[in-house]
Write a protein that binds this ligand. Sequence first.
Ligand code: NAD
Ligand code: IPM
Ligand code: MN
Length: 350
Amino acid sequence: MTFQIVSLPGDGIGPEIMSGTLDVLASLSKKYHFEYHVTEHLMGGCAIEQTGTPLPDETLAACQHADAVLLAAIGGPQWQDPNNRPEHGLLQLRKSLGLFANLRPTRVSDHTVNLSPLKAEIVASTNLIIVRELTSGIYFGTPSHWDTDVAVDTLTYTTHEIERIVHEAFKLAQQRHKKLTSVDKENVLSSSKLWRQTVNRIATQYPDVTVEHLLVDACSMHLLKRPSDFDVIVTENLFGDILSDEASMLPGSLGLSPSASFSTSGPALYEPIHGSAPDIAGRNKANPFGMLLSLAMCLRMSAQREDMATWIENIVDQLIAQKITTPDLGGQSTTSEIFEILQSRIKEVS
Ligand code: NAD
Ligand code: IPM
Ligand code: MN
């Protein structure tokens, strides 16, 4: 059956990293006999420009009917209307597709260990995954409003919302190194007290997994001090957002980090964790690896094509080893040069 992909290139560097990634998919699919169909849709600032809204109905409908959604990045300084921002479209898309479980892996390989801003002996062999709750918490609580005198955000978690993400994290830990770090702010927040109590209750169902609790401020420190001690980190929406950008720097660049978001059923969404990088947009400097590694996650987890996923992950490793990278990783290649090199490597696939 033909695998149906919706592509959302978005704004800023989004279209630059998406187009080359789809070209890679096209060439690689011929070699690997993978049948797919991709349709492109508007989302983010570009959708506001053309339709007045960041997530047009037809884009949402296309995503709902797809097997997987690939998103590059949205947002930018030109879209600051507090009532109509590109970011609202992304949050609405996540909520509408029920994408409560967001996986954000970070790995430091032999080739990235010296690209890290931290000492090699500290980051060596780091291999962790942040399981971020994606459809609740302070991002979605009501009331939420502001005026010149006061601003209100509401942080709500139900037991059910905590349970389902924590179960996903325990199951993942069982398949990995059987260590789960739960991150909260239990010393201050009510939602975190419920979070920690729920983790402890569920832990009895996974006796083979070792559980560690960290307060979020301490965790941000431990991520720099002992990153290789972590295996699976589970946390709520806002903490996961912040900690995953921090973790992305362990191998040297935010531009390297992919992600995958899942619901209980229906299409998954794959996107790099970085944004539209307005400071480098249009300059052929964007690191395409986070987007390519997001495609690899899509091929593995939604299309069951481990072979193609592994090929992409290996080639990214090889290019980094050969110092064929964009400037954020210390190299001198442009985005389009990297895509050209990838096309020539695909030609060598037998
Ligand atoms: P950002 O992630 O866009 O950029 C932060 C820094 O990292 C910038 O210096 C940027 O140049 C660099 N960077 C990011 N991705 C890179 C890449 N692939 N290659 C090289 N360098 C890269 O964060 P920001 O500047 O705080 O936000 C810009 C816009 O992006 C905002 O509108 C924000 O809301 C949006 N955003 C969108 C997403 C998304 O689409 N999923 C994620 C984060 C931020
Ligand atoms: C991310 C982004 C989004 C988030 C923004 C753009 C809404 O920062 O995907 O990490 O905060 O979730
Ligand atoms: Mn973020």
